[in-house]
Design a protein around this ligand. Sequence first.
Ligand SMILES: [Zn+2]
Length: 419
Amino acid sequence: MKHALLVLATACALPPAPALAETVALVGGNVVDLDGKAPLRDAVVLIEDERIQAIGSRASTPVPPDAKVIAMDGKWLIPGLMNMHVHLALNLPGASRIYNETPDSMVLRSLDNAQKSLKSGVTTIRLTGSDAGVDFTLKRAIDAGLFDGPRIHTAGSSIVATGGHGKTEVNGAAEFSRAVREQVKAGATWIKLGISGGISDTHGDIGASPFTDAELTTAIEVAHRNGVKVTGHSGSPIASDAAIDAGIDAFEHGYFLTPQVLKKMKLKGVWFIPTIVVSQSGAKEFYRKIGSPPWYLHRVDSVGKAHIQALRDAISNGVSIALGTDQYPYEPNEGTTATVREAEIYVDAGMTPAQALRSATIEPARMLGVDNEVGVLKPGYYADIVALDADPIADIAALRTIGFVMKGGKVIRDDRIQP
Ligand SMILES: [Zn+2]
């Protein structure tokens, strides 16, 4: 009889019910507060699927009996880091430059770099210039769950006037509007304009402003009409000044931003993504490694002093800063990663550790317009969580101790578990 019932039950069995949402509990860690309040010590963070369900003290936040518990005793929990200036298929002047790289090899290289970036604790990136649409392919694959990787926002191919610092060369307002629309059609959620020259350029004057007013205003207007923000490669205060008047939303690098331009940025709410690591001493090991020519190393040296001064002035003027590196987020730099080193230099240049941590979390989220989803550890937000061995509000160098990375509730890295 028992057997018959079992057969009946099996025969009538419905298709398996969808798996119940998995609950993960991070237990015993200290949750760092980005608003200057004391950390929540000995906390429980409950995560259901991709999002944080509850955060509270151990006493007030019961852990469901079926939850998967991950001990966080002695760890400091912060939101996943965000890096706002990334090229996943970086190809700089030097012996290791890859010539004639095909899009398929570029997308594989980008995937490898995306995965290494995520493992280093960077859960969201903004791409500021990619080629052949590989960024869109990669973003779709990661969003679809085919591969682990950071959340990607991308500006597609950077747009410039012919001869400028960027990939898609166009001329005149009509061609600029077409180029912007094409990037938006392909999936760009930002537009990057090469409004002035770069350190690696071998022609032209980095201090010049080669766009006409019509080109600049049209490109920015068309992007804004499509709900897309615009950032400019800023190597020239004159070009930057014109771009602010034309309504630009952000500047990358800002090697030579003057206090005057910075005041205007503050007034208009223009974001600054410093990428300070590219011009400071730690980057030299990288440039030597890739075999950069001497003229390039000299130029980096000479730009470095102006660049750090621009950063100091930006901080003292209260300009909104979102962290970006222009190097792979995980690139080794002075004993840590480029992302962490960038945050450390912000503190050297006048930020408090809390401000530097905000510039790597909630500030980029605000700039991207996703501050209701990422950048903070709160119920309802994505469970993008990094654990440290020390308190980053006491010393930003605590970011050097990243040993655990979670993205959307999935453990990507836990150094305590031997593979
Ligand atoms: Zn760049």
